[in-house]
Design a binder for this molecule. Structure first.
Ligand SMILES: Cc1cc2nc3c(=O)[nH]c(=O)nc-3n(C[C@H](O)[C@H](O)[C@H](O)COP(=O)(O)OP(=O)(O)OC[C@H]3O[C@@H](n4cnc5c(N)ncnc54)[C@H](O)[C@@H]3O)c2cc1C
Length: 500
C-alpha cells in the first residue's frame, strides 16, 4: 500500500529540521514525513562533535577577507556571510519567542571570535582587515590587538611560553557565538514531532521515482527489520548531507547531471584537561597553510556542549571515499556517472595542491598533530588531548567548460518544476541553514512564496533587505535577537570535558 503525504524530508539534520519548522509555521495543514536512516537525531555532520560549532559570521574566518595584490582587504564575501548568519539569528529568535525552540542557551552561547596572525606580514594584514571591517556596521566593535601583555591577558593559554620576539596580532570581536547544531536540531525536531510531523528513525530512503502527475514515490526500508514502506509525496527535500548527491542522482533529475562529490574527512584534538579548558574562552582562527583548502584553517575553539565548556583544536584533514561518517567505502565509486567523470578527472588534474596537502596531513602522527598545535599553544602537551573523528564533508565538483571545478560552498539543486530539491556541499554550512532553506522555498514554491511573505517577515524581519545597507533595521534585529537568544546573559559555564 502506498501512503500519501504532502512533504517528505530525507535526513534528520539541521537542514531538514529547519525546512520542516518553516513549512510547519507557513502551512500547518500540510502533512510532513521525515525519514532518518540512523536511530538518532542529527547523528552526522550536525552532531556537535562532528563540526566546530562556529556561528560563521565572518568575524574570525580569514578566508572570507582575502588580501588583494595591492595589499587591500576585500570584505565582500565577509558581508554576505554575516548577512546570512543574521537571517538564522532572527529565525532562531522568533523560534525562541514562539514555542518552536525551547532553551536558547542549550544551543547558542556567546564566545569571542578572534583572528590570529604572527609575523610582520600577518600583523599588517590583520591591521588592514580591522581597518576595513570595523568601519562597517555589521562588524562594529571589532578590536585590533598587537600588544603582548594584552594578548597574554585575553588568551592566557596561547600566551604562556610564547616568544614575543615575533610580532603577533588579533582581530577580536566579543559578540561571536558557539552553536551546538545537534541540540538546535533536536529542539526543532521536538517541535515538529509535537506538531504532528511523522518522524521515522532507523528508516533509510532507498529509491525515489517521479510519477506522471509530478509527485514522487519514495521507497524506504527499516534498517533493523528490513521491512519496506512506499510513500507518495508532492514535494521532497533531500537533506541527506553527504548522501544528497547519490539520492539526487537516483531521482534522475537533469539538474544533477555533471555534479560529483569529493569527500574530505577531518579530525580534531579534544582537550581532556579541565584546567586548560578554563584558561581559554574564544574561537581563535589562524591562516590556512599553503595549499590547504579554506575548510582546513587551524582553529582553537571553546565549545559549549551539554552546559559544559570544552576545547577543540583542528581540523586535521583526512581522506576516505565515504560520503557519510557512517557511509560505505563504495560511495565515491558508485557516484561516478558518464556525465560527471570528466569534471572529476578535471579536478584531479587542477587540484594537485589539495591532493599534496591531504597526503601530508594523512602522514602526520599524533605527535606531529600536537606539534602543529604549538603555533597556537606553545606549551601544548599531547597528554592533555585526544584525537576524535569529525564529520565527513562532500565538496562539490561541478562541470565547467570542458572540465570541472571544485567548490567549497553549498549549492541548492532544485528540479525545474520545484517538486524536489537537495543541498550539496558543507560550507559555511549549518550557520546559514535558514537562508539556504528560504532559497529552497523560493525556488520550489514560487506561487505560495508571495502569500507566505508577511508571515516570513514576522520570522525574519530583514527578509529581502540588506542589513548592511539599513543600519537602523540591523540595530533593531540585533537588539531583539540578542535578548531573545539570551546572548547578553553571558553566564560562565563550568569547564569540563563535555561529551555529546
Ligand atoms: C569537520 C566539520 C566542521 C564543520 N564546522 C562547522 C562550523 O563550525 N559551523 C557551521 O556552521 N558549519 C560547520 N560545518 C558544516 C555543518 O556541520 C553542515 O553544513 C550541516 O551540519 C549539514 O546539515 P545537514 O542537515 O545538511 O546534514 P547532516 O547533519 O549530515 O544530516 C543528514 C542526515 O541525513 C541522513 N541520511 C542520509 N542518507 C539518508 C537516507 N538515504 N535515508 C534517510 N536518511 C538519510 C543522515 O543519517 C544524516 O542524519 C562543519 C562540517 C564538518 C564536517
Amino acid at each position: 500500500m502506498t501512503e500519501k503525504t504532502d512533504v517528505v524530508l530525507i535526513g534528520a539534520g539541521i537542514m531538514s529540521a529547519t525546512l520542516g519548522a518553516l513549512l510547519r509555521q507557513l502551512q500547518p495543514d500540510w502533512s510532513i514525513t521525515m525519514f532518518e536512516r540512523r536511530d538518532a537525531a542529527a547523528p552526522e555532520s550536525s552532531d556537535p562533535w562532528n563540526n566546530a560549532g562556529t556561528g560563521h559570521s565572518a568575524l574570525c574566518e580569514l578566508n572570507y577577507t582575502p588580501q588583494q595584490a595591492d595589499g587591500s582587504v576585500d570584505i565582500t564575501k565577509a558581508i554576505d556571510i554575516n548577512e546570512r548568519f543574521q537571517v538564522s539569528r532572527q529565525f532562531w529568535s522568533y523560534g525562541a519567542e514562539n514555542g518552536i525552540l525551547d532553551d536558547p542557551s542549550a544551543f547558542i552561547n556567546p564566545i569571542p571570535h578572534v583572528s590570529f596572525c604572527h609575523g610582520a606580514d600577518g600583523v599588517d594584514y590583520l591591521r588592514k582587515r580591522h581597518e576595513a571591517l570595523s568601519r562597517h556596521p555589521l562588524f562594529d566593535g571589532m578590536e585590533f590587538i598587537d600588544d603582548a601583555d594584552e594578548f597574554d591577558r585575553r588568551l592566557p593559554l596561547m600566551g604562556k611560553g610564547r616568544d614575543y620576539a615575533e610580532p603577533v596580532a588579533l582581530n577580536w570581536t566579543e559578540t561571536g557565538t558557539d552553536i551546538d547544531f545537534g541540540a538546535l536540531t533536536k529542539q526543532l525536531l521536538a517541535y515538529l514531532g509535537s506538531s504532528g510531523v511523522d518522524i521515522a528513525f532507523g528508516t533509510e530512503v532507498t529509491n525515489l521515482s517521479k510519477q506522471r502527475d509530478g509527485s514522487w514515490t519514495i521507497k524506504v526500508r527499516n534498517t533493523r527489520t528490513r521491512a519496506t514502506r512506499t510513500v507518495n509525496a508532492k514535494f521532497v527535500f533531500v537533506g541527506a548531507g553527504g548522501y544528497a548527491l547519490p539520492l539526487l542522482q537516483k531521482s534522475g533529475i537533469s539538474e544533477i547531471a555533471g555534479f560529483a562529490g569529493f569527500p574530505v574527512s577531518g579530525q580534531f584534538l579534544r582537550c581532556t584537561n579541565p584546567e586548560l579548558i578554563a584558561q581559554h574562552r574564544a574561537k581563535v582562527y589562524g591562516k590556512a597553510a599553503v595549499g590547504a583548502p579554506p575548510m582546513s584553517v587551524p582553529h582553537l575553539d571553546t565549545r559549549v556542549i551539554n552546559g559544559k565548556a570544552g576545547l577543540l583544536f583542528g581540523p586535521y584533514a583526512g581522506w576516505t571515499p565515504k560520503f557519510l561518517k557512517d557511509g560505505k567505502m563504495s560511495d565515491l565509486v558508485k557516484s561516478v556517472r558518464a556525465g560527471n567523470l570528466v569534471p572529476m578527472l578535471g579536478v584531479g588534474v587542477t587540484e594537485l595542491g589539495l591532493v599534496k596537502y591531504l597526503v601530508s596531513e594523512l602522514a602526520k602522527s599524533q605527535a606531529g598533530k600536537v606539534n602543529t598545535m604549538e603555533e597556537f599553544i606553545p606549551r601544548a602537551d599531547g597528554q592533555d588531548w585526544e584525537l576524535i573523528t569529525a564529520g565527513q564533508r562532500v565538496q562539490i565538483i561541478r562541470r565547467k567548460g570542458a572540465g570541472g571545478v571544485l567548490e567549497l560552498g553549498t549549492a541548492v539543486i532544485a528540479a525545474g518544476d520545484g517538486s524536489i530539491a537537495g543541498l550539496l556541499g558543507a560550507s559555511p554550512g549549518a550557520s546559514t541553514c535558514v537562508s539556504a532553506m528560504l532559497d529552497v522555498m523560493q525556488r520550489c514554491f514560487p506561487s505560495e512564496y508571495a502569500a507566505w511573505t508577511p508571515k516570513l517577515k514576522e520570522m525574519v524581519p530583514s527578509l529581502g533587505v540588506k542589513l548592511s545597507e539599513n543600519q537602523s533595521l540591523f540595530q533593531e534585529v540585533w537588539d531583539w535577537s540578542t535578548k531573545a537568544l539570551r546572548l547578553s546573559d553571558n553566564t560562565p559555564v563550568s569547564a569540563g570535558v563535555a561529551r555529546g
